[in-house]
Design a protein around this ligand. Structure first.
Ligand code: FAD
Length: 480
């Protein structure tokens, strides 16, 4: 009888398959380490890892996996920390980062078509060489793939002006869970919308066509330091209300600046800092800046010089630079209304005191009325007890956001799936589950997540069980 490895060899060739234990261990987790105590619930070690090169190969693999009822887990750069690319009951991990070509740049239609394993930074750099520009990308652009971002969040740098990723995507190619290769939205009865946030559960996205723009004449970043955090929150609100189309705003609190300084990195002495970035033609940016400065000059704040502001703009790809101080970060990621930003800061500071942890807050404004806030607690996974008992702090961040009209950001995977009913209505969840069943009748595409977490013991991990364990850990923290 042929082994799994031999059967996969016959589909993609020997040099694209591995069942070597060491390599499989590397593919058994994403960016976030899972404590061994939790690991026992899942079979995160894949049975094999395959590095496909084209959609046809993937379609053959899917047909094979379907026949054998083997789970298939698509994986980009694994920079999403919710367990999306982590197997929960073994199976075949598909490493898509080898499918990273730019297929076509169409200057007539102003589109670029790419293989989805390409990372955002490489794509942006290639476009820049041709004086072209794709305006929205995640801050994880140096590693995150186009496919990974379609399947997860889709809000990031540039969203404030250009909207979500889905508003900037024209077409995608998908290998369906039955092994068909389809072009969406051209395929009847398929909607482009379904695949944004599908987390690898509805098929494998192999190509994407994105709408591009001529490179803007100017990028003008302005780093502002505030003596008071509430003032910074007010300034953000006011600029959003009064200013024209600003491209990007990010902000940090004093805790974040202090941690940076402790690492010998540049950080101004301030209660909070925000970076405001304008782009466009020289004329429009000049006008925008006049308005911007007329608002800012009435506030208790100071502006860094142009060189420092540009450095801050270059730092946009490294929101987790403070990790070194951990050396582990326990981070939350939540959507919070702009109007509640300061209240959220206050609640987070109390949470930090309660858990007696060092915390830095980083956030970006992603639309006229919402921000993505990422509070990061310094932790050390080697100190098992302390690390485990700090975990409820992450749950509390999400609970706090929900209390003030926010919600978890960036999808569900394993660790956010307990909040599915806080984000979607029962009707929406029913429709999502029906769609999954229809497209993937054998439940082979990234099973055991998003809709319902499955453990290797075939017992689901429910929100009740999760909440109970978090409660227990919180009690145990008192004995620390
Ligand atoms: C420092 C840092 C900054 C970040 N900034 C942002 C941000 O600004 N905005 C934001 O939204 N997120 C952000 N993230 C989260 C994460 O980086 C993004 O969600 C990213 O797009 C994930 O891409 P990836 O290639 O790493 O996907 P992976 O982590 O490999 O996969 C994510 C999910 O998508 C599925 N998947 C991956 N590729 C495919 C494919 N081709 N077809 C089908 N399914 C697929 C996987 O199965 C998994 O469920 C950040 C993370 C870090 C660490």
């Amino acid at each position: 009888m042929q082994t799994l490895r031999e059967e996969l060899y016959s589909i993609v060739g020997e040099d694209r398959v591995t069942d070597n234990l060491l390599e499989r261990i590397l593919y058994s987790h994403d960016l976030a380490p899972i404590p061994p105590e939790v690991l026992t619930l899942f079979k995160t070690l894949p049975d094999a890892v395959v590095r496909p090169t084209n959609a046809k190969e993937i379609a053959e693999l899917i047909k094979y996996a379907r026949k054998k009822k083997i789970p298939v887990i698509p994986r980009g750069a694994a920079s999403w920390a919710y367990g999306g690319a982590t197997p929960v009951k073994g199976g075949i991990v598909l490493d898509l980062t080898g499918m990273n070509k730019i297929i076509e740049i169409d200057k007539q239609e102003m589109t670029v078509t790419v293989e989805t394993g390409i990372n955002w930074k490489k794509l942006l750099e290639e476009l820049e060489k041709k004086n072209l520009f794709f305006p929205v990308y995640p801050t994880s652009a140096p590693s995150a793939t186009v496919g990974g971002w379609i399947c997860t969040g889709g809000l990031g740098i540039g969203s404030l002006k250009y909207g979500q990723l889905k508003e900037n995507v024209v077409e995608i190619e998908v290998v369906t869970p039955t092994g068909e290769i389809v072009q969406v939205p051209n395929k009847p009865n398929y909607k482009l919308d379904w695949f944004f946030g599908s987390e690898g559960t509805l098929g494998i996205i192999t190509k994407a066509t994105l709408r591009i723009h001529p490179e803007p004449e100017v990028f003008s970043p302005h780093a502002i330091c505030f003596n008071d955090t509430e003032q910074m929150c007010n300034a953000v609100s006011k600029i959003l209300k009064d200013s024209t189309k600003i491209y990007f705003i990010k902000f940090t609190d004093e805790g974040y600046l202090d941690i940076r300084r402790s690492l010998g990195l540049f950080a101004p002495k301030a209660a909070a800092c925000a970076l405001f970035v304008f782009e466009g033609s020289k004329k429009t940016v000049r006008k925008d800046l006049e308005k911007f400065h007329s608002i800012i000059k009435k506030m208790d704040c100071s502006e860094l010089d142009a060189e420092k502001s540009h450095e801050e703009w270059d730092e946009r790809f490294h929101p987790m630079r403070i990790k070194r101080a951990g050396p582990t970060l326990l981070a939350g990621d939540v959507l919070v209304p702009v109007s509640k930003l300061y209240e959220f800061f206050e609640r987070l500071w109390k949470l930090k005191e309660k858990f007696n942890l060092k915390m830095g807050i980083e956030g970006t404004v992603v639309s006229r009325d919402s921000t993505v806030v990422m509070p990061m607690f310094l932790s050390d996974e080697r100190k098992r007890w302390k690390y485990l008992t700090a975990m409820p702090a992450i749950k509390e961040i999400t609970d706090l956001a929900l209390k003030i009209g926010g919600k978890p950001y960036g999808g569900f995977g394993i660790w956010n799936s307990f909040y599915l009913d806080k984000v979607y209505s029962n009707l929406e969840i029913r429709k999502m589950k029906e769609r999954k069943k229809k497209l993937d009748p054998d439940n082979i595409m990234n099973p055991g997540k998003l809709y319902r977490v499955q453990t290797k013991f075939r017992v689901p991990l429910t929100a009740k069980t999760y909440n109970f364990f978090m409660f227990l850990l919180k009690i145990l923290r008192r004995f620390d």
